[in-house]
Design a protein around this ligand. Structure first.
Ligand code: DGL
Length: 301
């Protein structure tokens, strides 16, 4: 083992902030950490895998502490920081915060703390929605915490001049997804009640400002009246990850698990051999995450 590799293996028991990513050999082969308050970030992971099938992934869902969206800033920061430490112990070369709430609360501070690390956040896709629907009615569904933050106020101020932006807090919606309750009448009734606030004038676009919501996208579209175009930030996040890894020459060149590229072969469960899913609430939520990942990527087995 070289001296440089020793730095990496010793990292687990050392102060993580002292760790220098540049000291690790073959950093491009290290995994990418993807993190959410629970199972929602799987919607982002699916887009990242499609774009970067050669990479290794560790997905960490913090379902034991979900939902984040109704907690205090300090609680969310502490949960997020704790997950970062777990992912860094595993030698991740980059961390994607696949959670709008954790991004708005914690990413700026974590970038200061881990200045060497590639950290990608997600934000509600208001920009593409406003650009496609100038003068339109745009609903932004998100957690209470995301909508309360300055980051969101800035987006509102920027795009609210040319479009009508309607923030819609959705407390309780994350729980439907976490509990694998995505087809029930209760969910339909919940969404109908949220959309009553719009009155007769329907939305032109709906921005899914929480990574759990794409799993109930069809239900949201029904409640919004069927005509609304749905936007979410996962594709933009995947593109940004690719751009940033490429700038640092950290993209994996070959498939890390020796499995076939998913884009040019039959998609099968085999492609997931480069993905590890962990969840703070245990096996049941990890299994739900796997089911959601396969479902959203159109895989049956
Ligand atoms: N997926 C998280 C987000 O994007 C959900 C937050 C929560 O746990 O309340 O905001």
């Amino acid at each position: 083992m070289t001296a440089r590799k020793k730095v990496r293996s010793g990292m687990i028991n050392t102060v993580l902030t002292d760790y220098k990513y540049s000291e690790v050999d073959d950093m491009d082969k290290s995994p990418i950490g993807v993190f959410d308050s629970g199972v929602g970030g799987i919607s982002v992971l699916s887009k990242i895998i499609e774009l970067l099938p050669n990479e290794k992934y560790i997905y960490y869902g913090d379902s034991a502490n979900a939902p984040y969206g109704v907690k205090s800033d300090e609680e969310v920061f502490a949960f997020t920081e704790a997950v970062f430490e777990k992912l860094l112990e595993r030698g991740c070369k980059a961390i994607v915060v696949a959670c709008n709430t954790a991004t708005s609360v914690a990413v700026r501070r974590l970038r200061e703390k881990y200045s060497d690390l590639t950290i990608i956040g997600i934000e509600p896709a208001i920009k593409p929605a406003a650009e496609k629907h100038p003068g339109g009615r745009i609903v932004v569904m998100a957690t209470s915490l995301t909508l309360r933050r300055k980051k969101f106020a800035n987006l509102m101020a920027r795009y609210g001049e040319t479009s009508e932006i309607i923030p819609m807090e959705c407390p309780g919606l994350v729980e439907f997804v976490e509990q694998d309750d995505m087809d029930s009448r209760e969910l339909a009734a919940y969404l109908e009640r949220r959309y009553e606030m719009l009155g007769k004038k329907k939305a032109d676009a709906v921005v899914l400002g929480c990574t759990h919501y794409p799993f109930v996208k069809d239900r949201i579209q029904e409640a919004a009246g069927g005509q609304a175009v749905i936007y979410d930030g996962s594709r933009g996040t995947a593109n940004e990850l690719k751009r940033r890894l490429s700038l640092k020459s950290l993209l994996a060149e070959e498939n890390q698990a020796g499995s076939p590229d998913i884009l040019d072969t039959d998609i099968s469960a085999d492609v997931f051999s480069n993905v590890e899913i962990l969840n703070s609430a245990g096996k049941e939520k990890a299994e739900l995450s796997w089911r959601l990942l396969k479902r959203i990527m159109g895989i049956r087995n």
